[in-house]
Design a binder for this molecule. Structure first.
Ligand code: HEM
Length: 442
């Protein structure tokens, strides 16, 4: 930020302070800083940008939606569709980012609000196109570098004006969905345990929201927290898409790339999956089988270590703080450089090597340091990614399906065989990754 000190840290002991002392290291409130800018207005005031009691008020409504199990059948339709699309596209190298972004949007639409974006089946679907163009406008580098352009030029640039119109439409679409679900819930009454396990996130948030409207929300000391408005409920629904969509798709892309570069690990995962669910072409893991496949998380975790999707976690200091021999002034920006921390050879020997066994339960006995707070692709502490358990499970399920259905490799001459190309800041993704998929059941 211009005119402000900014510091990057990559030592676990300093990162720990940032993760744990949330009143000292606060979220940068870009919504209030740049109220006219399209980017922050997409999700508006939501838990992602709030601090203190407002933040805790948001969590009171959002937490119950995430404290649940995720039955595997919730994933079945979009997952099978993704596999079918990959098979259909497999005559030539597949543009992995394109299809995993679409597949992830379908999964999230389903899980967040039981909505079918039809991103895989019908890429021209209007809602999918509206969402994608909104995201593109939100991440536009020019408007992020010079946010005041949205103030001055919105009526000069037609495309940008169209994006603002899209934003209104998207907000109305989510508001309408909330209202329909709210009425349905009021008609149904209280949800039973099974209904809750099978509900989408939005229904569970509406249930908690209705409860807090009547009974209030309190912190652990019994203090009344600010109540969430209906607009904020809408914003929190949107933040799940914004925060979860690309991050999950990019995470999958990194993992596919690592397994193409490490075919022995890919085969290990395949053997493991077949040993648990068999080799029938249409096998889909039950919840018990998914639990048995927890070893696949070693691959997921190592991929997220080596290729942190989020490059850094940023905070602003509310008071001066001393880290080692440095005193950082109030108001400065402090960033945990997740990539640097997860590549520090003190914490992860041979950091550039893909070694899933680092995350085996026996790893500590075998000399891997496993220092707390050094693996933080979802951040840590009370502001750790609220979707982290869901994201890990999604990746486990996707990985299980992929190894079961395909063998994949990098095409001859792929630049990824020598030097993977990735974007460098914000969300990190492989650029232009193409893979050859060979169906195993043809
Ligand atoms: C591989 C996938 C994902 C990665 C790597 C990831 C990573 C992160 C990180 C590093 C943060 C902390 C950012 C910060 O403090 O500045 C975060 C926050 C957040 N993530 Fe994720 N995320 C993923 C998936 C998801 C999913 C699937 C959802 C929702 C369904 C989600 C929702 C959120 C939300 C709402 C926050 C803000 C939480 C708060 O401030 O309390 N994320 N994520």
């Amino acid at each position: 930020m211009f005119g402000t000190w900014a510091y990057k840290i990559s030592k676990a002991e300093y990162a720990r302070k940032l993760f744990m002392q949330t009143d000292l290291f606060q979220k940068v409130d870009i919504v209030r800083m740049m109220p006219h800018n399209l980017g922050p207005r997409v999700s508006g005031l939501s838990l992602s940008f709030e601090n203190g009691d407002s933040y805790r008020g948001h969590r009171a409504v959002v937490n119950p939606a995430f404290r649940r199990s995720w039955p595997s059948h919730l994933f079945q339709t979009p997952m099978m569709e993704l596999m079918d699309v990959l098979e259909r596209e497999s005559a030539k190298p597949v543009d992995v980012l394109l299809w995993f972004r679409r597949g992830t949007l379908d999964v999230l639409g389903h899980i967040i609000m039981s909505f079918d974006f039809r991103a895989l089946r019908d890429p021209n679907n209007k809602k999918r196109a509206m969402y994608d163009s909104l995201l593109e406008a939100m991440l536009h580098p020019l408007y992020n570098m010079f946010p005041w352009l949205d103030l001055k030029l919105v009526w000069c640039g037609r495309k940008r004006a169209q994006s603002f119109a899209n934003l209104k439409k998207f907000h109305r679409f989510i508001e309408k969905t909330i209202e329909e679900k709210r009425l349905k819930l009021l008609a149904t009454g209280t949800l039973g345990e099974t209904e809750r396990d099978n509900s989408d996130l939005l229904t569970l948030m509406i249930e908690a929201h209705e409860h807090t409207k009547v009974h209030g929300a309190y912190d652990e000391k019994g203090k009344l927290l600010p109540s969430m408005t209906t607009e904020e409920l809408r914003n929190n629904t949107i933040i799940f898409f914004v925060a979860g969509h690309d991050a999950t798709a990019y995470g999958m892309n990194h993992m596919l790339m690592e397994l193409a570069l490490n075919p022995d690990v890919q085969q290990w995962a395949r053997d493991k999956v077949i040993s648990v669910i068999g080799d029938a072409p249409d096998a889909f893991p039950t919840d018990e089988q998914l639990a048995e496949l927890s070893d696949l998380d070693m691959i997921v975790k190592e991929s997220l270590r080596k290729n942190s999707v989020v490059s850094d976690v940023r905070r602003v200091l509310t008071e001066p703080v001393t880290l080692g021999k440095y005193t950082l002034p109030k108001g400065s920006w402090v960033m945990v450089d997740l990539w640097a921390m997860q590549h520090n050879p003190e914490y992860y020997p041979n950091p550039d090597k893909f070694i899933p066994e680092r995350f085996a339960s026996s790893a500590r006995e075998n000399g891997h340091p496993n220092v707390p707070f050094t693996w933080a692709p979802f951040s840590e502490g009370s502001r750790k990614c609220i979707g982290h358990k869901f994201a890990l499970l999604t990746q486990r399920i996707m990985l299980a399906h992929l190894v079961h259905r395909f063998v994949w490799r990098l095409p001859a001459g792929s630049p990824f065989l020598t030097k993977p190309r990735t974007s460098t800041s914000g969300l990190i993704s492989p650029i232009g990754l193409e893979l050859e998929f060979e169906s195993r059941h043809k």
